[in-house]
Design a protein around this ligand. Structure first.
Ligand SMILES: NC(=O)c1ccc[n+]([C@@H]2O[C@H](COP(=O)([O-])OP(=O)(O)OC[C@H]3O[C@@H](n4cnc5c(N)ncnc54)[C@H](O)[C@@H]3O)[C@@H](O)[C@H]2O)c1
Ligand SMILES: O[C@H]1[C@H](O)[C@@H](O)[C@H](O)[C@@H](O)[C@H]1O
Length: 334
């Protein structure tokens, strides 16, 4: 049984604790850590054998801990990752790896000093059944070479304090990762178009936005991001290839005909839409860790996403096309 310390016990952390405790096999929650002592204690009290800490490093020193799941806010990830590296513990780190390229690079360098990969980054869409089917189709080349991706990313609303930069760093970061993964290529430039904001967007938030990526291989990818659409959560992706197109994410559950109308329902939020993907992501991490292996999105993927986000935030602020600068990919990630 893998003893996991969960760092950060807010919305995602608490959900991962429930997942490890009730859904997946081969692991147990040995410790939880949160700077909010009451929150950590409340969660630990409900789990047999789990100890609550306020200091993530102290939780990692708990003798029952073999691995760490980081679900604190992005700016706290670097410190927790370095603490885990100091103890050579395997890590599942929620996205983003870190919020900017410089800190992601420090993490990348620290992991290389260990000499082996330790981190799986929580880009859970790679574990979603729809995205996996699309990836397999593109890899098989069934419809020829992919030319464009059309993404849609809609949230019903945003939490208080959600900023324009977070629209890129917290939301579009997922499209950045699936673009790189589906097309197996790097993003080289970003542009952001900003239509007149919706009257439902909080003050100062330019919502919706249209984000354009160019890839090294010459593909163009667009993402409609609309994070206060009001009607539910929708994530879809259409790959347009040389001799066909394939779209995933139009899952509206049960389709009903009644009283002269037809229709279905829209998933309310990401927790419901990606429930299976989160479960599969954590199970795969536990299984690989117990085999002594590391798989899935790496620190390189986290760094590349952070670099594209940084370019995206600049493109958003200036209206310019911004090129993405990446270091050469280190051998550990080739
Ligand atoms: N994969 C996804 O779909 C998805 C969805 C939502 C959030 N996330 C990511 O999960 C992470 C957490 O997001 P959330 O929505 O659960 O946030 P949240 O605000 O609900 O919870 C964060 C928790 O971390 C605690 N915390 C803050 N600083 C800490 C520190 N230094 N050490 C330990 N604990 C600390 C807070 O007290 C809080 O309890 C973020 O990285 C976020 O981007 C991922
Ligand atoms: O942090 C969340 C989360 O990552 C969701 O998966 C995404 O759809 C939201 O837009 C974002 O705010």
């Amino acid at each position: 049984m893998l003893g996991v310390a969960v760092v950060g016990t807010g919305r995602m952390g608490a959900d991962h604790v429930r997942r490890i405790d009730e859904v997946i096999s081969g692991a147990r929650v040995a410790a939880v850590a949160d700077i909010d002592a009451d929150r950590a204690k409340h969660l630990a009290d409900g789990i047999d054998g789990a100890t609550a800490y306020t200091d993530p490093a102290a939780a990692m020193d708990d003798p029952a801990v073999d691995a760490v799941l980081i679900a604190s806010p992005g700016p706290a990830h670097e410190a927790a990752l370095l603490d885990a590296f100091a103890r050579d513990l395997p890590v599942l780190c929620e996205k983003p790896l870190t919020p900017d390229a410089a800190s992601a690079l420090r993490v990348l360098e620290a992991e290389q000093k260990l000499g082996h990969r330790r981190v799986q980054v929580g880009f859970m869409r790679r574990y979603d059944a729809g995205y996996r089917t699309l990836k397999a189709l593109l890899d098989q080349g069934t419809y020829g070479r992919p030319l464009m991706l059309h993404n849609k990313h809609r949230n019903a609303d945003t939490p208080p304090g959600f900023t324009n930069a977070m629209m890129i760093n917290d939301s579009v970061v997922h499209e950045i990762d699936v673009t790189r993964w589906l097309l197996d290529d790097e993003i080289t430039a970003v542009r952001v178009l900003r239509p007149a904001p919706s009257g439902n967007a909080p003050d100062g938030l330019g919502d919706p936005q249209l984000i354009l990526f160019e890839t090294a291989g010459g593909q163009v990818v667009d993402t409609e991001l609309f994070v206060n659409c009001g009607f539910g959560y929708q994530v879809s992706c259409e790959a347009v290839c040389e001799s066909g197109s394939a779209r995933i994410g139009d899952d509206h559950g049960v389709f009903v005909n009644s009283a002269g109308r037809w229709g279905g329902s829209i998933t309310p939020g990401f927790v419901e839409r990606f429930e299976d993907a989160y479960d599969r992501q954590v199970q795969r991490w536990v299984d690989a860790t117990r085999r002594g292996e590391v798989e899935g999105p790496s620190c390189w993927d986290g760094y590349a996403a952070a670099a594209v986000c940084e370019a995206g935030v600049l493109a958003q602020a200036t209206g310019e096309r911004v090129a993405v600068e990446l270091i050469e990919r280190p051998a550990l990630y080739c």
